[in-house]
Design a protein around this ligand. Sequence first.
Ligand code: NAD
Length: 454
Amino acid sequence: MSDALEVLNPATGETVATVPAATRDDVDAAVTRAAAAQRTWAAAAPADRARLLRRFAAAVDAHNEELARLEVLEAGHTIGNARWEAANVRDLLDYAAGGVERLTGRQIPVPGGIDVTFLEPLGVIGVIAPWNFPMPIAAWGLAPALAAGNAVILKPAEATPLTALRLAELALDAGLPEHLLQVLPGRGDTAGDALVEHPGIAKIVFTGSTRTGKQIMAKCADRVKPVTLELGGKSPNIVFADADLEAAAAAAPMSFLDNTGQDCCARTRILVQRTVHDRFLDLLAPLVEGVAVGDPADEKTQMGPLISQAQLDRVRSYVTDDLTAVRGTAPDGPGFWYPPTLVTGADPTAPVAVEEVFGPVAVVLPFDDEDDAVRLANATEYGLSGSLWTRDVGRALRVSRAVAAGNLSVNSHSSVRYWTPFGGYKQSGLGRELGPDALTAFTETKNVFISTEA
Ligand code: NAD
């Protein structure tokens, strides 16, 4: 009997679908089909490719509610978030479509002729996605890759294949060529690994854990295969004494509780200047306790369940009995529930303070001055995002430049925008996605010299 993936509803623990898992042979056949589709796609007029991508975007938009409901079912996302995520796929496709006719090379002055560069598509791109934001993260890869003239094989995470499969159907309905975008649900160590190892895959776009990212990078190095890695995070939220403390406290809960903390940018290290530490905690604690946790399909819910029993066990293992915690509420019973939790008084080097928990847990740590804040902010192996709260513009810029992370926000917890670059420092990743250069990352630059003297 062939292998199958069981998709669970995280809010109830019930099975909602069983999906066949792709084998290595399935990957091989998909790569052959994709290569043929890519040649035709790359030869099509740019305006035609752009038009088809816009139609794909419109199809996603027309099915926003259906896609959102599917994401609530398989990932336990709140319905409000899930609608935003489906809309984000639409926006990513529209934005990428706008780049197709603008993907130009350069003309460089040389003696004896002219020199031009072409941005050639790479070929077939393998996108390996995680379960925490199945739709947006898949689209971060597939939208610019398709726009730049590539074919895409997307391997969604084991737990969340349903929205990815539906997106592939919508692409076909919108008129994208058959086999240009293929979705292969499967296991990481078979289908995922087969994509990484396959000589017909020109680039791997991986989002997931740092551990798996390192393995993939090593395999890509062996083949000199380009790879983009979007990995874990343990991002600081630095609150200086001169900040608007009420505003900083009001924004802090959802900066680490959104998506039940299963967010690589979650601001899970709340660093507070010692002189205002206790006051800030007094403001923050009731807000964390008051977050509405429950049925993700309920419009009023702010936080749903964790994705799986394994994730629940992992989160529990970090909040050990010796730690002092402020806790919100969560439903009992079936499903993978954990309450919003603030850990106070922890050692700054404790696992809960430096490792990615990937759940609704933040630590609150005091600091003395600006240098101490920067030192503490940088004291993890990660460097994905961070926020800082201050009324001093000079300090905002100094600290933004000093924190070793790819995405900083001042007096806000800005979320990821499809039109600005995103990626990590240190062990949070390699390369950048999104933003004005997103399509270029899916091209190879070719230089051609034409003699005028022959
Ligand atoms: P994971 O690394 O276990 O899996 C991610 C994907 O890789 C899945 O599709 C999985 O099947 C596949 N995979 C697993 N082993 C593989 C292998 N040997 N070869 C090829 N593919 C393989 O991560 P996860 O648990 O699904 O996701 C959570 C992690 O993702 C967190 O650490 C989080 O921080 C990270 N994440 C990072 C970003 C970012 O942009 N930096 C965004 C979202 C999630």
